[in-house]
Each structure stands twice: as structure tokens, then as C-alpha cells.
Design a protein around this ligand. Sequence first.
Ligand SMILES: Cc1cc2nc3c(=O)[nH]c(=O)nc-3n(C[C@H](O)[C@H](O)[C@H](O)COP(=O)(O)OP(=O)(O)OC[C@H]3O[C@@H](n4cnc5c(N)ncnc54)[C@H](O)[C@@H]3O)c2cc1C
Length: 483
Amino acid sequence: MPWFRKLLQVSSSSLRKASPLNPRYIFSSNYTSQTGGLEPTKPNEKPRVVVLGSGWAGCRLMKGIDTNIYDVVCVSPRNHMVFTPLLASTCVGTLEFRSVAEPIGRIQPAISTAPGSYFFLANCKGIDVDDHVVHCETVTDGVDTLHPWNFKIAYDKLVIASGAEALTFGIKGVKEHATFLREVSHAQEIRRKLLLNLMLSDVPGISEEEKRRLLHCVVIGGGPTGVEFSGELSDFIMKDVRERYLHVKDYIHVTLIEANEILSSFDDRLRQYATKQLTKSGVRLMRGIVKDVQPQKIILNDGTEVPYGLLVWSTGVGPSSFIHSLQLPKSPGGRIGVDEWLRVPSLQDVFSIGDCCGFLESTGRPVLPALAQVAERQGKYLAALLNRIGKDGGGYANSARDMELGKQFIYKHLGSMATVGRYKALVDLRQSKEGKGLSMTGFVSWFIWRSAYLTRVVSWRNRFYVAVNWATTFVFGRDISRI
Ligand SMILES: Cc1cc2nc3c(=O)[nH]c(=O)nc-3n(C[C@H](O)[C@H](O)[C@H](O)COP(=O)(O)OP(=O)(O)OC[C@H]3O[C@@H](n4cnc5c(N)ncnc54)[C@H](O)[C@@H]3O)c2cc1C
């Protein structure tokens, strides 16, 4: 295997130089030693773009990179991209998990076919900006027989697209007892737990009180993800539970807890509509700030105790521990600071896109919202920019110093959408909630929501899966087997 041979060709001098004490070597705290790597490219090889992350930003970039010019190496702890807008639908079986996961090899086939392009299942742990090297650690998912090992990859161009992490505000017990909704594995965990609670609540010997607790689904955070998940859950209850779990149908409830207004990025009229629809579907809306999360109940600031059987945490995102650990320029809010061309200024050949980056204060531009539409367009823009740089002979490390970069990245918001269950949605096509333009609610919005996302699904294969899943759910109901 050529990549394994290359992994073994390590320059021992650069290993010696790597030290967390040297400020030009940027490592996270648990960095240890190295055992292999990909060497710097030679003049007879293509320049190498290393992409950290396989999310919206990284995948759109890889899709657009001209592999006649560059070799592409992607490092990520997951080998697929998640189509996040439809993730909530997989938690209750409206869609199957595979329908929202797109393997990277399908997005950029060169990764699995071209001799110098690879995908490595690993986390990046540090960046050596002087030597143009990233330090990584394999992901072995806790398999006992396989210990994680470190390796390094030399880059000509580096794109940091490692996303963000769920915010917990340091509240005790969140990480231990709540489930986030960011990855397919989270959706799987939610579905298994929901079905387990449904099954157990029907077994003889369970008390009334315990039955109510097990079947109380609590969602924390009234942003689009929390609202869409609550809507999916209430659809599941109204249709599938009522038809197939008759014994417990009166015990199951959804409570959505939010500190302020739900859907605060939408205007008043749309918010009121969402509130009305959710309430009609049986979702209890509660104002409150969570103080403590315990194994079977949460405690709010005013002392209210809320027992739960399933707790889903969706209170927004912030910089990940990996991004925190990098001593790079930062934007307001702690993301990696970038200039108008998405470069990390003062460093050669380092770029950042997606939720992990934000414009530096000095650019005079606001930090863009953590949205797929931002990440995707940054990926597209940067792929075109890198292709142009490569065509003009600036693809290798340190070879594009004085190059004219052309047009800056400009973001134009296309609008926002959110479903609220029962074939209803909100669509807001305005630049901002105060701006002029079209905004609507109801069944037509829901139809637009579904059509828009069906056309955005990355591949024809998954588009087909999604359409078939929707049709199957409509005709036969959701799959309630606990596998
Ligand atoms: C449930 C849900 C629904 C959403 N719905 C919408 C929507 O309807 N519309 C919208 O615009 N936005 C939506 N979003 C937001 C959108 O998904 C994000 O803004 C988008 O995913 C950001 O893309 P990204 O590439 O920056 O990060 P991500 O997509 O999060 O990808 C980050 C990647 O980096 C990898 N990574 C992490 N750490 C490392 C490391 N140390 N080394 C290497 N790789 C690493 C991760 O495994 C992942 O592959 C939703 C988000 C969620 C969770």
C-alpha cells in the first residue's frame, strides 16, 4: 500500500523539532510522539492540499478541487459527510441513517483512486506552521486490539474545516446525561433510547410515575434544530405511537425548554406561527434556564425539577477544543480568524472555512452564522481560489506569497427554513428578519422545504434513498423496530 510506505518515511529531524514549547508549533495538550507520515511533495509530484474535516465546508471544497492540479488528503474522524438539515428526521425513522450520510469517496473519487490522494480516519492534533506539517492521531473507536497511533502529513496548502462543538455553557451533567444532535451516531442513540423507553414503559411492574418519566422527551434549545426535532417527535407520537403503542399513547409527551424566544432568528409573525403549530401538536413550550442535569431529571434556575426519559441538548455551537488549542489569530467569539480570502493571515498557505472560522475584527466584517449555506459557499469559493492559484504556479508550499488573489469571498444570505411538524414549515427568503422580501408559513412552505432539501442532497443515490424513505413512511408509517 503506497500510503503505508509513505507513512513510514519519516524525517527524524522534523520529529525532533516538534515541541509544544515552540510557539510556531501549535499542538493540543494531549499530543505525544509521532510514528509515521507523508513527506513534503517533490517538484515532480502534484502539490498537496490537506483538508481537516469532512463536513459541509471540507466536502464542498474537495468536490471543487481540480485533481489534475492537486493531490487531496482529507483527515477526519468520520469517513462521510452528514446532511445535517435532515438529521432530525432520522431520529424517529422518517428517514434512514444512510440517507443522510454521504461517503467522502463519492464526493471526491480521487481520494480513493488517485495515487497521491488519501482519506485518513484521524483527528488532527496540531499544526507545525513553519514546516508545513499537520500532526494527527488515528481514530480507533475504542477497539481494544488497535491502539491509536500518531502520524504527520506535510502540506502545500492546508484548509482547516473542522467545524464547531455543541455548547454546554459548563452546565453540570450535560455531557454525561444528555444526547446532542450533530452526528448520525447521535441520531442512532436517540432512536434506540426512544424505542427502548417505549418498550419498557409497557412492561408489567412499572409504576405510573416511572412510566410518565420514561416517556417524557425533553428538548433543550428552541433554535431551528430543537424546533425541527420537537416537530418530528410530535409527528411520530401523533401518528405512529397513537396507532401502534395504544397502551402508552396518553403518557408520552414532548417538552421544549428555551431560555428566551423560540426561533429567535425568525421574525415575530413566523415565531408566533411556529409556537401555535407546536402547541397544537402537543409540544409543551417552557421558558427556563437549565442549572443542573441529573440522570433522571433536570433542574432549572428557579428550582423547577423536570423528570425526563430522553434528553436532547441543542443550544447552539461554539469553537471546539481543537480550535481552542490552536494558537492562531482568532475572530470575535474564538473561531479561527480569517481575512477576506479566507486565509489565516500571517501564516503561509493556511486557510479556514465553515463553522470553525470567522472574519477577523480588522476586516470590518461580521462573523458569519454557523450555517451549512455559509460553509458550503466558503468551500466552493476556496476550491476555485486554490485551483486558480495552482494553475498560476502557486500550488506548492510558499510559492504563492505575492500572488494576486482576485475577488474576495462575499456572503449573501439566501434565507432560512424550518419545519414544525404536521406538514407545516416556515420559509423566510429575506436577507434579514427586518428586511423586505418573501416569508411564508404552512403546507406550501413545507413543500418548498422538502423540495429544496431533496435537491440539495449531495448525490443521486441519497436523493433516491430520501425520496423512497419519505414515500415509505407516508404509506406504511415509520419503522419502529429497535435494531
Ligand atoms: C441537526 C442540525 C441541523 C442543521 N440544519 C441546518 C439547516 O437546515 N441549514 C443550515 O444552513 N445549517 C444547518 N445546520 C448547521 C450546519 O450543519 C453547519 O453549519 C455545518 O455543518 C458546518 O459545516 P462545517 O464543515 O464547518 O462543519 P461540520 O459539518 O460540523 O464538519 C466538521 C468536520 O470536521 C471534523 N473534525 C472535527 N474535529 C476534527 C479534527 N481535530 N481533525 C480533523 N477533523 C475534525 C468532523 O468530524 C467533521 O467531519 C444544522 C446543524 C445540525 C447539527
